[in-house]
Design a protein around this ligand. Sequence first.
Ligand SMILES: NC(=O)C1=CN([C@@H]2O[C@H](COP(=O)(O)OP(=O)(O)OC[C@H]3O[C@@H](n4cnc5c(N)ncnc54)[C@H](OP(=O)(O)O)[C@@H]3O)[C@@H](O)[C@H]2O)C=CC1
Ligand SMILES: CC(=O)[C@@H](O)[C@H](O)COP(=O)(O)O
Ligand SMILES: [Mn+2]
Length: 385
Amino acid sequence: MKKRIAILGSTGSIGQSTIDVIRQHPDRFEVTALAAGSNVDDMVRQVKEFHPSLVSMSSKEAAEEVKLRVHGPIRVVYGEEGLGEVAAHPDADYLVSALVGSQGLQPTLTAIREKKTVGLANKETLVMGGAIVMEEARKHGVSILPIDSEHSAIFQSLHGENPSQVRRLVLTASGGAFRDWPREKMEKATREEALQHPNWTMGAKVTVDSASLMNKGLEVIEARWLFDLSYDKIDVLIHPESIVHSLVEFVDGAVLAELGMPDMKVPIQYALSYPDRLPLQTERLSLEKVGTLQFREPDLKRFPCLKMAYEAGRLGGTAPTVLNAANEVAVAHFLEGGLPFLTIEEIIGEVLSQHTPLHEPGLEDLFDADRWAREVAQQCLEKTF
Ligand SMILES: NC(=O)C1=CN([C@@H]2O[C@H](COP(=O)(O)OP(=O)(O)OC[C@H]3O[C@@H](n4cnc5c(N)ncnc54)[C@H](OP(=O)(O)O)[C@@H]3O)[C@@H](O)[C@H]2O)C=CC1
Ligand SMILES: CC(=O)[C@@H](O)[C@H](O)COP(=O)(O)O
Ligand SMILES: [Mn+2]
């Protein structure tokens, strides 16, 4: 039987790669619902190719435009409610969660409560609400399969292993666009420079997060929840080639890793086909061509965002939610232009310093903390400029 898939963020970088994987396996996968923001042209193309029965766009105007341009039995909805409908669609048994940012949390929880298997790209879901999301998944007997490349590598390395025999995880980081830049040069970094990721082509927000190493910080928190390990057992190594996608060290000293060319179709397909592996058209790894693989410790002085993420993770409660919200506000301003790159870390540090974390927060507490952090981040921006 075909797996019936709903995709949140189908027009984005992960969404389009998911569509590419599905296109390669029409006998295994079927698209039944799609959600995106404002990219009407790509959505119309996807609808004409895959004929989902439900589509959601971020605004009423975008939804009306899609409706005008497609034919056949399709319902077109919009907004937060629309995202919820796609996540809960009765014709889907699998949700690919690939929106960018905190807006991914609520619809991902909706899918879990409707007992859909979740392929998770939206790391902000676990950064904001890891404890609640994992508990809901356990309660409803739902699997959350990682799409993020590092977490997929760890998941693959853990296959058939006893999780209690893990000594530590090592997340690899490319180092981002400013890997070898001194702080004085980073101070003047432009938007275009931050968007030059050395190895991966991704959406703008995650690319800027890679440049500040906040992406790795968010991934450390994501790993803490996905693999139920303490922060003392999650390390980060800079690996400029992005060939070793992450590693697991076991108690006996054995280290297992997953390697490959940087192509998100590989972890996406594994999350869709798990526990099977399917053929995939992708560039093959040739270690003799790569030649040398380098590894080194991250420099937390040049990249304090990674340090702040560990600290917020260890504080727990609402602290990671606040870290995430402050980062989203600051990165959005950097991308709009006008905010110096290094001010991103200043804003996050300032917002965190004003926050007293609430322990064991409920979902509404998380949304309150998210709102509060955005307001304080905005005030910091207004004070600075
Ligand atoms: N890209 C990658 O290789 C990787 C990404 N990730 C994670 O996956 C997630 C997605 O990243 P990525 O694909 O790069 O991001 P993109 O920016 O490329 O895509 C984001 C998607 O979300 C949609 N969207 C944005 N705002 C709204 C809204 N208000 N309502 C509905 N849809 C909305 C966009 O729609 P539209 O374009 O139509 O406006 C788009 O489809 C992030 O959490 C990222 O950290 C993890 C590992 C790798
Ligand atoms: C492809 C992927 O998973 C991204 O999240 C990636 O991790 C970004 O690269 P770095 O954060 O290692 O620069
Ligand atoms: Mn990643």
